[in-house]
Design a binder for this molecule. Structure first.
Ligand code: MSP
Length: 649
């Protein structure tokens, strides 16, 4: 009988909404949690938000909101996104919650009691990266900047409480040695071992002069350092430091699996176990440091403006499409990449064609030849069904092995999915070789019944097997096979992955579970692939505003240019526009036009221009010949009541 399984993800900073990278982590953890539940484990799947960071406080200040209120609002937004992605977490924690304050206090008290020398006061100064929320040594910096965020850290000087991390070096190395599954995959372990073998410094665990955080016990002039507080969330969530938490804590701690990104493996494999050793608590069994998702080969970053979020994909293509792509495309421990072209290929190939089409053709034939009625077979066994029966019989143990990170050193989602797709391909082949359309010509209805029962039964197995990865599709397959009325999908476990367990059923007409994506139409100007199209986030960077033209005059020596004095929301600006051959100055004065308001200033023929006027011209590019006044038109408003400064979206 499998026991409990406590799995966590990193808790996210809430100064930004989730993007594809943070979502990847939650999707992967969800697939593992769902897999374990189906395998009979008593799973506790924990997620949450990390709130006591400088950047979170700054974001709230920018919006003029009390920081707690800002965090509560972000929680609602995060949870809505996780629900859209079908993330089945059991509990969601905010570090500003009273239960977490209590746990952090209890934890620090425990260290003070068990290892009284581990926390001490010291004057410290050093480089601090606010995005990492960590001090960095000169050695860490590249050209004076944080290697991860490429920003200049701040010089901080404070009297802080410190944690005697340096004294844990040998114990940590010994722990890694004795517990080979503590840090996975192997590459992360090597990084961590190299890191601590060179230099392990004590770390600051409090911040004075910082108002947002959990006050230090016995010294409320300090708050706990955000990482020190954040890591403790894994204990809080299962009852540590809570009035009625002892039973749950005893049951679920230590965690079985912390899923974190490769950038924060060090915090989880060095600081966190040392903190737990100091408090005399058991260590988590495994920390898995997964790879990053890149976008067209580049790191996603707000400052580069190339952040893709689940909201750019899920409303149009569904959560399963994104989940499948991310899990299928790369191995979990390595980096992966998102491109629209690959996404569409995977979707149309694996989802629409392979699994979607197998379901469709099966339902189509069942309805055509059997009136939709699937019954226990009466015709004798056929030689063609042997390969299918064998692949179904072996699939669960194969997928289990591929998902077993302690055995594989990685979570091989991509291999598990490829194995399930072999079942799909075998079923497809089985239909082709047994050819129900030929059997029908010969009036062999019982034989058709046997073929289609076998395929429906395979699809039932496939629905169970894919459900950790693409849960919505799994339910749809189940329902379209007509089984839901008799056996509720929610109650299923992997015990039901077996040949021939489908009850008598009447299948539905069925609708495509993954309707094909038609790639964008090719235009005359060339074959535009999805990746060459603009992401919505790129478009959002362009600030279009209504401007009122107050004055206009020709630019001396430039017969195409007009110098315009415009007003945008009460603020005057000068813009130079190449419209002099189409508009006389007096024609344009008083008009409300649309301008790009956030362009860098430029000098055009020596005249400063602070923006760009939008105009349409015949022929796409610049107006041909620029001769007739009709070949160009500025964009004006047809409702003049709209004030200048209004945003154009
Ligand atoms: N708040 C800390 C974690 C504290 S855990 C006690 C943090 N937050 S984060 O919002 O910056 O990142 C959350 C998780 O998303 C981290 O595990 C991080 O590694 C992961 N990812 C962030 N960008 C990512 C990609 N581009 N790809 C994959 N995972 C990424 O760090």
């Amino acid at each position: 009988m499998p026991g409990k399984f406590y799995i966590t993800t990193a808790i996210d900073y809430v100064n930004n909404l989730p993007h594809l990278g943070t979502a990847y982590e939650k999707i992967a953890a969800d697939a593992i949690a769902r897999f374990k539940r189906l395998d009979g484990y008593d799973v506790h799947f924990q997620m949450g938000n990390d709130e006591h960071s400088v950047n979170v406080m700054k974001e709230a200040e920018k919006l003029g909101l009390p920081v707690k209120q800002y965090c509560d609002r972000m929680r609602v937004k995060f949870e809505a996104i996780w629900k859209d992605l079908e993330i089945s977490y059991d509990d969601f924690i905010q570090t500003s919650e009273p239960r977490h304050h209590a746990a952090v206090n209890a934890f620090i008290e425990l260290i003070l009691k068990k290892s009284p020398n581990d926390i001490f006061e010291k004057e410290y100064e050093g480089w601090y990266c606010e995005s990492c929320e960590a001090f960095q040594t000169e050695k860490d910096l590249v050209d004076g900047k944080c290697p991860t965020h490429k920003t200049q850290p701040k010089w901080l000087k404070e009297k802080n409480y410190f944690f005697r991390l340096s004294s844990y070096k040998e114990r940590l190395l010994q722990h890694y040695k004795d517990n080979p599954e503590f840090i996975l995959p192997e590459i992360r372990k090597n990084e961590v071992v190299n890191f601590i073998s060179t230099e392990l410094l004590d770390i600051s665990v409090s911040r004075a002069s910082f108002p947002w955080g959990i006050p230090f016990p016995n010294d409320p002039t300090h708050v706990a350092y955000v990482w020190f507080d954040a890591l403790i969330n894994y204990l809080t969530a299962v009852g540590f430091g809570q009035k009625d938490g002892a039973e749950s804590f005893k049951k679920f701690w230590p965690a079985d699996l912390h899923i974190v990104g490769k950038d924060i493996t060090r915090f989880h494999c060095v600081i966190w176990p040392a903190m737990l050793m100091s408090a005399g608590l058991p260590l988590p069994k495994t920390v898995f440091g997964h790879g990053f998702v890149f976008l067209k080969g580049e790191k996603m970053s707000k400052s580069l403006g190339n952040v893709l979020t689940p909201l750019d994909i899920v409303p149009q293509f569904g959560a399963d499409a994104l989940r499948y792509y991310l899990l299928r495309e790369s191995s979990f421990g390595s980096d992966g990449d998102f491109t629209w072209d690959n996404f569409i290929k995977r979707y149309n190939g694996d989802l629409a064609n392979d699994i979607g089409n197998l379901l469709n053709r099966t339902l189509g034939m069942a309805n055509k030849y059997l009136g939709g009625e699937i019954r226990q077979p009466t015709a004798p066994e056929q030689p063609e069904e042997k390969p299918l029966r064998e692949v179904v019989a072996g699939i669960l143990s194969k997928v289990r092995t591929e998902m077993d990170y302690t055995a594989q050193g990685d979570v091989d989602f991509h291999k598990a999915l490829a194995s399930i797709w072999e079942v799909v391909a075998t079923a497809d082949k089985y239909i082709d070789t047994s050819a129900p359309w030929k059997l029908s010509k010969d009036g062999k209805t019982p034989e058709i019944g046997r073929v289609l029962y076998n395929v429906v039964d395979t699809l039932r197995n496939v629905a169970l097997l894919v459900s950790p990865f693409i849960p919505a599709a799994a339910k749809k397959i189940w329902a379209q096979l007509g089984i839901e009325g008799q056996i509720a999908f929610e109650k299923q476990t992997f015990e039901n992955v077996a040949w021939g367990k489908t009850p008598d059923t009447k299948v539905t007409e069925g609708t495509p579970i993954f309707p094909r994506i038609e790639p964008p139409e090719t235009s005359k100007s060339g074959d535009k692939k999805m990746d060459e199209l603009l992401d919505i986030a790129d478009f959002a960077k362009i600030e279009l505003r209504v401007a009122e033209v107050k004055q206009a005059e020709k630019v001396e020596g430039a017969d195409r240019l007009l110098k315009l004095q415009v007003e945008i929301g009460g603020v005057p600006r000068q813009i130079v526009a190449g419209i002099a051959q189409h508009y006389k100055p007096e024609e344009i004065v008083g008009k409300k036009v649309v301008v790009v308001a956030n362009l860098k200033p430029a000098k055009i023929r020596g005249v400063e221009s602070n923006g760009m006027l939008l105009a349409a011209s015949a022929g796409g590019g610049s107006a041909p010949g620029g001769s007739t006044s009709e070949s160009l038109s500025i964009i004006t408003l047809d409702r003049l009541s709209l004030p200048s400064g209004a945003k154009v979206k």
